[in-house]
Design a binder for this molecule. Structure first.
Ligand SMILES: *Cc1c(COP(=O)(O)O)cnc(C)c1O
Length: 400
């Protein structure tokens, strides 16, 4: 993969025809090192956020060995990572997926939020000599979403008496039993984890079950122009305090599953302006592509013009963006603040799209094909402190 100093350097040398996914593997490595150093347990990367080999390689190079997968395809992809510990954390799995995971790939960690799913797992992991004896089962609990951009509690999770009953039943068939939750993606304040852990406290007391593991899920924030979260260290402190007060053994194994926070900064999208109409720019990628969250959830990403040097005195004004498809919902309201002189033929770097950008892009209308490149400069926005040069390791290239 070709490397360039910056998006401006790349555009000057290549004038790309397709939109470009520009990875900064060093930024994924920095995020992973921060979590591995600061989180008091296993750090599992949520695979769905971005499965680019450049970023997975950087996470691996930084020391990430746990991965949260949620489908057979993710499983088959992630199983090629050497010494990876895979956890199948989707609460609703197909029977085929459970069999493939357990019998073909040796996965034994599963999430569930119903007795039906528990029964499915028990049935499909059965061997010739009877029920599996090595299952690690995590009961997914519904917790309130607080200051989250994308709440998840309405889709998955069990609570109250039903959760206590499920925990008791899981205990009877599991080698290790745990509790997991997800506070919702892009959660900007740590109180979401505080109240989640209060719910867990009640559940442990209600069920009387001794738990072996606790997985605080994902939801850790990144930074966007319109979403400035509390410092990540506050989230770790809140989790440590909450965990300390839980009625459970000291040696309970902790895990977290960040997706967004590990990769958001590590990819930019480079697009070309194909038309300008007032404060609206028509660009060559959009809501059916990497900018899905900008179109459908009003995410605002940092932007910069990269085709020519911008005079620092030039006026900066807000633009909205139209994607390339014929559909009128292919629209990103922004505001995306760019130089007033931006015009057809100019290129724009749209930063911090690494989480759920590449992952959500589709091929509607014949669009959705990208060039790939690696950039060596800093991401447009970062939540992580700068590291000394000598701390930064090389990402290991993965063989697939
Ligand atoms: C999506 C997901 C994650 C990652 O969430 P982020 O908000 O990206 O950190 C973690 N765990 C589970 C079970 C998920 O579904």
């Amino acid at each position: 993969m070709e490397k360039f100093a910056s998006a401006a350097d790349f555009v000057k040398k290549r004038s790309p025809v397709l939109p470009v996914l520009a990875a900064r593997p060093h930024a994924a490595g920095r995020a992973a090192r921060w979590f591995l150093e600061n989180f008091p347990g296993d750090v599992a990367y949520a695979y769905k956020a971005n499965a680019s080999v450049f970023l997975i390689g950087a996470l691996y190079g930084a020391g990430i060995r746990h991965f949260d997968v949620a489908s057979v395809a993710e499983l088959e992809d992630a199983i090629t990572i050497p010494n990876a510990n895979l956890h199948f954390m989707h609460p609703v799995k197909t029977r085929f997926a459970i069999r493939r995971a357990y019998h073909d790939f040796g996965l034994n960690t599963f999430a569930l939020d119903s007795e039906d799913e528990l029964q499915k797992i028990v049935e499909e992991t059965m061997g010739p000599s009877g029920p599996a004896k090595d299952l690690n089962l995590f009961v997914r609990v519904a917790v309130p979403a607080i200051n989250s951009r994308i709440p998840l509690e309405h889709k998955f999770g069990v609570s109250g008496d039903a959760a206590a009953q499920l925990l008791i039943k899981a205990r009877q068939v599991a080698a290790q039993v745990g509790i997991t939750f997800h506070v919702g993606s892009q959660t900007t304040t740590p109180d979401a984890y505080v109240s989640a852990l209060e719910e867990i406290h009640k559940l442990i007391v209600l069920s009387g079950v001794v738990i072996d593991r606790l997985d605080v899920g994902g939801g850790f924030p990144s930074v966007y122009p319109d979403s400035r979260p509390a410092p990540l260290s506050d989230f770790i402190t809140a989790i440590e305090d909450g965990v300390r007060s839980l009625p459970m053994r000291e040696n309970v194994r902790l895990m977290c599953e960040p997706g967004r926070a590990l990769v958001a900064e590590a990819e930019s999208l480079i697009v070309r302006v194909d038309a300008r109409r007032g404060n609206e720019l028509f660009i060559n990628d959009g809501g059916y592509g990497v900018l899905f969250d900008a179109a459908h959830l009003d995410f605002v990403y940092p932007v910069q013009a990269v085709s020519r040097p911008v005079d620092s005195r030039e006026e900066m004004i807000p633009f909205s963006l139209w994607g390339p498809t014929c559909d009128s919902i292919d629209y990103m309201a922004g505001p995306f603040v760019l130089p007033a002189s931006i015009q057809e033929g100019d290129y724009i770097e749209i930063g911090n799209v690494g989480a759920y950008g590449r992952a959500l892009a589709g091929r509607f209308n014949g669009y959705g094909a990208y060039d790939d490149v690696i950039l060596l400069d800093a991401p447009l926005l970062s939540i992580y402190p700068d590291e000394a040069e000598d701390q930064v390791g090389e990402g290991l290239p993965l063989s697939s």
